[in-house]
Design a protein around this ligand. Structure first.
Ligand SMILES: Nc1ncnc2c1ncn2[C@@H]1O[C@H](COP(=O)(O)OP(=O)(O)OP(=O)(O)O)[C@@H](O)[C@H]1O
Ligand SMILES: [Mg+2]
Length: 225
């Protein structure tokens, strides 16, 4: 597992207070802190990215990153209420911009907007706005899935309730994505998801590292599926 070696700075945006960190593989990641207020944040991000991979969605490289007490204490983060342990990081795309129609139009994967929309409906992610579709080098990327599966503090009951109510309220940005999506692509995506094999989904569950906060969640995660 990768670990953080140096804190660089806090990102300008983000309620979870994402941090820029240099990591043991010498790459720079945007890392989202372990915050006890947001119990399911890490597992939501991890599972969503893994499911996104199954659908070949454009996602930045990601990793669960270990933050040691010493790295935390040697940084300005020592003042904050963050815990050392497992955090979630995506590789830092230094020149990425948030989604705008003008920038999107020249993106080589514009046809993936439909996949992105259907993916959000599938994982019940209502939190997709222009800052959560990054544009980097003429390519669209999805980030931020910590509010998927009904939110950062789901429990089995909430998920079961949700599964009975298939209508997710889409927000204005989703409508925007939908506007640019080809209808045929939408149907194709629904078909692709419905054809995923149970074994592929089981692999996602089994890939969750059985350590730290994730170990405690391993049984509950089955509710998601
Ligand atoms: N891998 C990345 N590369 C470049 N910029 C990033 C990356 N990840 C996040 N950012 C930037 O940091 C911001 C905050 O990240 P993110 O949305 O994941 O955090 P959050 O705390 O969940 O935010 P929110 O309050 O919107 O839910 C993003 O809007 C984006 O501008
Ligand atoms: Mg978020």
């Amino acid at each position: 597992m990768i670990h953080a070696i140096k804190h660089i700075k806090q990102m300008r945006k983000g309620r979870t207070e994402p941090q820029l960190m240099k990591c043991s593989n010498q790459k720079i990641y945007v890392v989202k802190p372990l915050n006890l207020m947001y119990k399911r944040s890490l597992v939501n991000e991890y599972i969503s990215y893994r499911l996104g991979n199954l659908l070949n969605l454009p996602l930045p490289e990601y990793n669960i990153i270990t933050i040691s007490r010493s790295v935390l204490m040697a940084s300005p983060l020592s003042e904050k209420n963050f815990r050392p342990g497992l955090w979630f990081g995506t590789i830092y795309k230094r020149n990425a911009k948030g989604f705008t129609a003008d920038l999107a139009i020249s993106c080589k994967n514009l046809d993936q907007l439909a996949s992105m929309f259907i993916f959000d409906v599938w994982i019940h992610n209502r939190d997709r706005h222009k800052d959560h579709v990054l544009i980097d080098k003429n390519k669209l990327f999805l980030i931020d899935h910590d509010k998927a599966f009904t939110g950062r503090n789901w429990n089995g009951e909430k998920l079961i309730q949700q599964s009975r109510n298939a209508n997710m309220k889409v927000n204005s940005h989703h409508k925007y994505l939908l506007h640019y999506s080809d209808k045929m692509n939408l149907y194709r995506e629904i078909d692709r998801i419905s054809k995923l094999k149970v074994t592929e989904l089981q692999k996602v569950i089994h890939s969750i590292p059985k350590v730290g906060v994730l170990l405690k969640m391993i049984k509950e995660v089955y509710y998601i599926f």
